[in-house]
Design a protein around this ligand. Structure first.
Ligand code: TYD
Ligand code: MG
Length: 455
């Protein structure tokens, strides 16, 4: 049969890859079983401009007016920073994340803040009833009358309403529940999600309404994931975290209006999300004092250094094969670092169980944590506590060498702010650095030297 008559195709629900036949693994994003058959909408080029549409006119670049101060502050500092200084009118922002992580709560709080300052906002939900939204809103606070709630999933209707109401900011929660009648596939499919986002993009650009879209990250491939629309929107934010720990990271992945490497830290509380303006202090809260196997290391999230406690428990194994467990960090990395300790330092730990945990539920794979893991393991193995005002960071190589890491100065300054007095860092970082008052800097070039410092 001729290809032109084909009316269905196979779309990856994860990344949107299109294929003419079914495949077990998506060639685009390599995920399995995510290709689903959907109708294909072909637009013929011959039809030209449809009725009511006017062609855009080229404009000389000097005549384009840039109003600098027109970003809308949300009043939530952690979010404003990730957004690059506030909401840009007419922008389309995707907020992605696992179900239940707090996307709806965050956006409702944005609505709360904006409504409080007298700006009209419209919150459209396809997931919850008006009563459910009201119940959530009651936990957050007393809302001003400028917040309007709409429960609707038909996007063409929503567009009419938005054009009529002209709010400053609109929220669409979630894109996977929205549909357009002109697309025959089910809501949540790749075609629907793309079409819906396309419509919202046009609407945002045409009307100047800033639109936030919620997109659930899905694991089973039955609903199209946010990655399908990442390229269409202006800004992509991901809300990350473990549902069992209170803190959440809001990470900027793409931003047409600012830097992308920013993160915001929040804590889920009884009455909505709270900003965590000092994440290091938050993470180090409740740290044991004078305990062997506990050491503070640092990670850089975006451009922010955050101090974290690394805990290790090393004990003699009762079985033939010792157990190793890593929570919050890479298991293989732990094995590698234990092997380095055995071979390069001569510690007899191959017959010991080792458990490593990053306190606070963060998940970090940054190599700068290596030295922290090594020292925590050694401290537990020797049952010797490390001074609690000591910070250590550095990447550990296979020959036991300690290699330089990025942003050493920022990490040290963060530690100094929290009253740390000593810092063990890669010697290669130290030579390039100016002296920092109030904190003793100890450069090490291999693991052995670092261990000698904590004896
Ligand atoms: P929600 O915003 O509904 O997540 P998403 O929209 O990403 O699916 O967040 C739901 C979770 O947050 C739920 O487990 C309840 C919890 N929560 C609080 O702990 N405190 C609060 O004030 C609110 C509103 C929610
Ligand atoms: Mg929700």
């Amino acid at each position: 049969m001729a290809n032109a008559k084909k009316t269905t195709g196979f779309f990856c629900q994860e990344c949107g890859y299109e294929s003419s036949k079914w495949m077990g693994q998506c060639p685009g994003c390599k995920s399995w079983n995510t290709l689903v058959e959907e109708p294909v909408k072909r637009i013929s080029r011959a039809s030209g401009i449809s009725h009511g549409q006017t062609a855009a006119v080229p404009v000389p670049i000097q005549q384009i007016d840039l109003k600098q101060d027109d970003k809308i502050l949300t009043g939530i500092g952690e979010l404003d920073r990730v957004l690059g200084g506030g909401i840009v009118p007419g922008s389309l922002t995707l907020v992605g994340g696992d179900p239940g992580i707090g996307k709806s709560t965050l956006l409702l709080q944005v609505c709360y803040q904006l409504a409080q300052t007298g700006q009209k906002v419209l919150y459209t939900s396809g997931e919850e009833s008006a009563r459910q939204i009201k119940m959530r809103a009651d936990r957050i606070g007393k809302f001003a009358k400028e917040l309007y709630v709409l429960c609707e999933t038909n996007l063409d209707l929503i567009r009419d309403i938005l054009e009529r109401e002209k709010p400053v900011v609109a929220v669409i929660d979630s894109i996977q529940t929205m549909y357009r009648e002109t697309v025959s596939s089910a809501p949540g499919s790749v075609s629907q999600v793309r079409e819906a986002t396309g419509l919202l993009l046009q609407l945002a650009k045409g009307s100047g309404i800033a639109i936030f879209i919620v997109g659930h990250v899905t694991k089973d491939g039955t609903v199209a994931g946010p990655r399908v629309l990442e390229h269409m929107v202006d800004t992509v934010l991901y809300f990350e975290g473990d549902r069992h720990v209170a803190h959440r990271l809001l990470r900027g992945v793409k931003n047409r209006f600012g830097a992308t490497d920013e993160i915001g830290v929040f804590e889920m509380a009884e009455n909505g999300l709270k900003e965590v303006t000092n994440p290091s202090e938050y993470m180090l809260n409740g740290r044991p004092q004078d305990a062997a196997g506990s050491v503070v290391s640092s990670v850089v999230e975006g451009t922010r250094p955050i101090l974290l406690e690394v805990q290790a428990l090393v004990c003699r194994s009762n079985f033939g094969i010792p157990r190793r467990q890593a929570a919050g960090t890479d298991f293989n990395r732990l094995n590698l670092l234990m092997a380095v300790l055995e071979k390069r330092v001569g510690l007899q730990i191959s017959d010991h169980d080792a458990y490593v945990n990053l306190a606070g539920g963060m998940r970090i794979t940054e190599p700068a944590m290596d030295l922290g893991i090594v020292l925590a393991v050694v401290s537990s193995f020797k049952n010797r506590a490390i001074d609690e005002h000591t910070l250590c960071f550095g990447e550990v190589g296979l020959s036991g060498e300690v290699r330089a890491v990025s942003m050493a100065e920022g990490r040290i300054k963060e530690a100094k702010k929290l009253g740390f007095t000593t810092c063990i860092l890669p010697a290669a970082n130290l030579v390039k650095m100016k002296k920092i008052e109030g904190i003793e800097l100890l450069g090490v070039s291999n693991v052995q030297e670092a261990i000698e410092l904590i004896q």
